[in-house]
Design a protein around this ligand. Sequence first.
Ligand SMILES: Cc1cc2nc3c(=O)[nH]c(=O)nc-3n(C[C@H](O)[C@H](O)[C@H](O)COP(=O)(O)OP(=O)(O)OC[C@H]3O[C@@H](n4cnc5c(N)ncnc54)[C@H](O)[C@@H]3O)c2cc1C
Length: 392
Amino acid sequence: MHAQRFKLTEEQRALVGTVRDLTIHKNFRANSIKYLDGTYPWDNLNDLAKIGALGMSIPEEYGGTDLGVFETALVIEEVSKNCYPTAMALMGMVGVQVRVISNFAPESMKKDILPKVCSGEAHLAVCMTEPHAGTDVPNYKTNTTIKGNKAIVKGVKTLISRAKEAEWFVVFTRINGTPGRHGIGCVLVNRNYPGFEVTAQYHTMGGENLAEIQFNDVEVPLENVILQEGGFKKLLSAFNTQRCLNPSVSLGLAEGAFEEAIKYVRERTIRGSAVSEFQGIQWKLAEMYRDIEAGRALLYRACLSANPFPDPHEAAIAKMFVNEMAIRVCSEALQVHGGYGFTDDYPISRMYRGVRYGTLGGGATEALKDLVGKKLVKDFDLADGFLGMGTF
Ligand SMILES: Cc1cc2nc3c(=O)[nH]c(=O)nc-3n(C[C@H](O)[C@H](O)[C@H](O)COP(=O)(O)OP(=O)(O)OC[C@H]3O[C@@H](n4cnc5c(N)ncnc54)[C@H](O)[C@@H]3O)c2cc1C
């Protein structure tokens, strides 16, 4: 048997081609400066809705196209190459919050919400992080008390994306005060329910706004409790998708930065020669390209492990590598622009800002290293060596 060289299928190439045509036609890259002040990219999202991209992770019966994690990641990568805030907003439409609803919510909720997500009418947010605990999930304090046919949500979530724009919030919450990870389930909250309040806003270096949300004894119908205590394993498995989609944002930024670097060094001259003629610059380009290709291989492999959610360790390994690789690549791409790279006039400065997000969200690098390190210490089999971890 011969090993096969990895290639995108015709359908996957066509999918990426459709997205690429849209980003070029609508000038996503040059226009990305519009969103640096926190303006939400509604216009780009409406265009993405028209090509079906907002329903990528939603089953066909609810109006989506039911693409796999890999195809979803390819689309995010292509968008991110051109506009970080749009890629982040798109990730909000196809990421963990939608997957939690698609996979675990009652039928009535799916029928009500998912078609509106596909059309772009309803935007979703996910509320996990709390002021005292981001990575420290077992110490989440937000609690939902179930009383008869009602559930009452109380707590504070922070650094939440799309807090101003989203209609529905998938809230990770303790159920009935049950302690530890085991006690965490999740509840769907509408922003119009009494007691829902956006209490602080943060503007990020990437452009988007984040916010703090207070749930002041918000009463929700019992049907809105998507997962009771004991549901945390399911939430975590859905969250592994985020660990593939977050690095697809980073990968796209690295690729966009590489393209900008190539364009600039070919055009810019020093003492009569193109900057691209210097060996020092060519070495930078070679290293950038090498690292992007290595990152693609790791990330695509992790995405392809999904069934329906990605393998946690492959996703963690890909995320750790791609997030840090993309920061280095964007930094080097800015460097070859000289001082102009630091100005708002060149897209590279926006890519450099956006790429810093990757290692922080969707599972911080340090926490993922813990996860992978522990697995290696426990399971690495010296007899099987690198064949033994089930990767190949
Ligand atoms: C642009 C952006 C968008 C976001 N959107 C959302 C959103 O929509 N919803 C949401 O819920 N949250 C969101 N977040 C928050 C994000 O998920 C958290 O910032 C993240 O989980 C880290 O939590 P923290 O900030 O509390 O850091 P902490 O958990 O306090 O971590 C502080 C530092 O300690 C490190 N650390 C953690 N564990 C270990 C360990 N075991 N060993 C060594 N070091 C460790 C961390 O890596 C980090 O460097 C967003 C953040 C950003 C930047």
